[in-house]
Design a protein around this ligand. Structure first.
Ligand SMILES: *[C@@H]1O[C@H](CO)[C@@H](O)[C@H](O)[C@H]1NC(C)=O
Length: 331
């Protein structure tokens, strides 16, 4: 097939698709609010159990800060070269830069644009799989496909976000192979998956998948919901590694896809409820429950437009989680 033919076929396909399925309004707040009100009472009576533990252990907060640097570093992904030390411009990942952390592999799959790095931290002895969030925030949030598909590979009744799952599956064989090789070469290193936003969703899925063979911890920042209650429960009750799901103020992304669309969250949630940077242990609440209205999904504000809260997660004052993508990142 000649390239020109291919190109025109592709253009045609894209055009038809656009005409057939117009992009929905990203924030039809009126409708969302109506849906939420109609079913909120069912959800509240069925699934909520919000246990709030004020304050976060100082060592835990150190780790939360540390893996946030990796999540931020993933936005500089094209700059990372296999074999070299992981570094970020503008002092975005100072601790990672200080420690001996090497890029082992980078991945960037064309079809779904699933991008990230696998790094080996020889000082703290970690194997870290980091996923980058989407560079086109609006595009991603607008096209967030809500379809839940069965995921029997995880549990019988598990259902997962189709788009996130497919994006992960595209890179799964390469990640699995790289981790396997590293585990053999560096026994005793702990495995961590991390990522911000869309990257957080992928990091959660990677953790579930890799836990079939290894113990894996996951640190996610501003992750959307990824599946139904069965999947959330399965991940939450894992005995092969803990989940640290970090949210910030009224960040809109962890409130999506909506509860009424059949999604719940992994528990517990580490909700940073005060400030953007220099976060102290007392600025964090640990909130339990697959559905809770005591953390980011506050009962009085199920819909939020605070993009600023989504972009500011820990890091140095003035820096954004996406700071490394610079002009490449569009809202
Ligand atoms: C929105 O986010 C910004 C930046 O993180 C924060 O300063 C502000 O207080 C937030 N607004 C609300 C209403 O929470």
């Amino acid at each position: 097939m000649r390239p020109s033919f291919l190109t025109s076929t592709l253009c045609f396909a894209l055009t038809t698709r656009t005409i057939a399925r117009p992009t929905p309004e990203p924030w039809d707040l009126g409708q969302l609010w109506k849906d939420v009100k109609e079913t909120a009472s069912n959800i509240i009576s069925g699934l909520t159990s919000s246990i709030v533990k004020p304050g976060c252990d100082a060592n835990r907060l150190n780790d939360i800060n540390y893996f946030a640097e990796y999540a931020a570093a993933a936005y500089c992904a094209p700059n990372h070269v296999v074999g070299t030390e992981v570094r970020c411009p503008d002092n975005i990942c100072p601790t990672v830069t200080q420690r001996r952390v090497h890029t082992i592999m980078t991945f960037n799959e064309g079809k779904t644009d699933t991008t990230g790095i696998i790094a080996r931290d020889d000082d703290a002895k970690y194997i870290v799989v980091t996923f980058r969030g989407s560079r086109s925030f609006k595009n991603w949030i607008t096209n967030i496909a809500l379809i839940l598909i069965p995921a029997p590979a995880f549990c019988k009744d598990c259902k997962i976000h189709k788009g996130f799952y497919e994006a992960y599956q595209e890179v799964q064989p390469r990640i699995q192979a790289a981790v396997e090789k590293l585990v053999k070469q560096y026994p005793g290193y702990r495995i961590v998956t991390t990522g911000h936003s869309l990257g957080g969703a992928l990091a959660t899925i990677a953790a579930v998948d890799l836990r079939k063979r290894w113990k894996v911890e996951s640190y996610t920042y501003g992750s959307p919901r990824i599946g139904n209650a069965a999947l959330s429960f399965f991940i939450t009750s894992s005995t092969s590694g803990s989940n640290y799901r970090i949210t910030h103020l009224d960040d809109p992304v962890p409130r999506l896809p909506l509860l009424v669309q059949g999604y719940t969250h992994v528990s517990p949630e580490y909700h940073i409820f005060r400030g953007d940077h220099n976060i102290r242990p007392q600025d964090v609440n640990i909130v339990e429950g697959l559905v809770n209205f005591k953390g980011n999904t506050a009962a009085d504000g199920i819909v939020s437009l605070n993009i600023s809260a989504h972009l500011r997660y820990l890091g140095r004052p003035g820096t954004l989680m996406t700071g490394c993508a610079k002009g490449l990142f569009e809202l």
